[in-house]
Ligand binder design. Structure first.
Ligand code: SF4
Length: 356
């Protein structure tokens, strides 16, 4: 069996930053309880690992004792949550991904200009709940074209759509086309809201999956962008399985599979991908090839609220950021150490690099 590794896959800049925030807090506040509102990122292993280091995850601000440290997750929160945190005098550290914050800012800006906003996304996703909270009177949520007949639009000239950052590009295009058909004057967002990481991981699956017999996506079931990768594979006619880690692999899946694509959602750690590769090589003698579709060079700095907390503790925030190493070099070293045959196939368009 040939195992093709999609590149890019796994952690995005927002996830690196959010995890870095909690890591830094554990470092600068030894012994202090650290609470995180909602899962810091949607990955079971990431959450369990932090839990094992003493971090407590809550779904209500009321669960956090007055005056404690609370981290807002990468998905962002509504102003009502921020207000609750203020009322309890919590030291709030904001690990919201800047690309989610951008959508919040657009919602605020267009609501202030008197626009009605159609927010394309999943109603119960933490990110959509947060964005909705910025302008609840101006925003209506659209999950599918079926929602369009029940929308209440008072002035079709003052209408804009925004989207959740982690949608399927295919599904979003269908919904947006339907919105444009129903409301021809609807405005596009100033810049596409589906983020670079979601776009790149989906682009890689769309490019590689058609030549594969099966796709394995490493990610958790509550990770929107991971689930979307399985859907993109299915859309191009290749069955896909979502797995949290190697322990969920069922050897029965590989009957008749000659080429397998492995990818990972934006919140899935690379060590879990390596575990999957190792299991497949051991069980099926897979040969590994990485297909580079795009190179990414996006990084976010530590949030201002964390830097302020560092200064309050007499710590200089400059240089505190965990610098990412060269993922490609680390991977090559790992393959060598494990004695696994590996080669890279450059499928980028003129070495295209995404800078976000
Ligand atoms: S998937 Fe996109 S929006 Fe979400 S944390 Fe990553 S970069 Fe930010």
């Amino acid at each position: 069996m040939k195992l093709v590794l999609a590149n890019p896959r796994g952690f995005c800049a927002g996830v690196y930053m959010a995890i870095d925030v909690v890591d830094q807090l554990l470092d600068i506040c030894p012994g202090e309880p650290i609470f995180v509102f909602h899962e810091i990122v949607h990955n079971r292993h990431v959450v369990e690992r932090f839990r094992a280091r003493g971090v407590r995850f809550v779904e209500e601000i009321a669960e956090v004792p007055d005056g404690s440290i609370v981290v807002f997750s990468a998905h962002g929160v509504s102003p009502a949550i921020r207000e609750e945190a203020r009322a309890k005098r919590l030291a709030a550290i904001d690990a919201t991904c800047p690309l989610v914050t951008k959508v919040h800012a657009e919602a605020i800006r267009y609501a202030r200009k008197g626009f009605q906003i159609l927010l394309v996304g999943h109603r119960h996703h933490q990110e959509v709940i947060g964005t909705l909270g910025e302008a609840p009177d101006a925003i209506q949520i659209v999950e599918s074209p079926r929602d369009i007949p029940s929308l209440v639009v008072t002035d079709p000239k003052k209408l804009i759509y925004l989207t959740q950052t982690t949608l399927s590009l295919d599904d979003a295009a269908v919904i947006i086309d339907a919105l444009k058909l129903a409301f021809p004057e609807i405005k596009d967002p100033p810049a596409g809201d589906i983020c670079y990481a979601t776009t790149n991981r989906q682009t890689a699956v769309r490019a590689i999956a058609p030549s594969c017999d099966l796709v394995l996506v490493v990610g958790s079931a509550n990770s929107s962008n991971s689930v979307r990768l399985t859907e993109i594979a299915a859309n191009v006619g290749t069955p896909a399985r979502l797995i949290d880690d190697a322990s969920e692999i069922d050897p029965k899946w590989f009957a008749g599979v000659e080429t397998l694509l492995v990818t990972a959602g934006a919140s899935a750690p690379e060590d879990l991908v390596r575990g999957v590769i190792q299991a497949l090589v051991t069980r099926c003698g897979a040969e590994v090839e990485q297909h580079d579709i795009r190179h990414e060079a996006v990084e976010f700095g530590l949030p201002g609220t964390l830097k302020a907390a560092m200064r309050d503790r007499g710590i200089d925030p400059s240089g505190r950021r965990i610098v990412r190493g060269d993922d490609g070099a680390a991977m090559r070293e790992w393959f060598e150490k494990e004695g696994i045959g590996f080669r890279t196939v450059d499928m980028t368009v003129r070495g295209e690099t995404m800078s976000g």
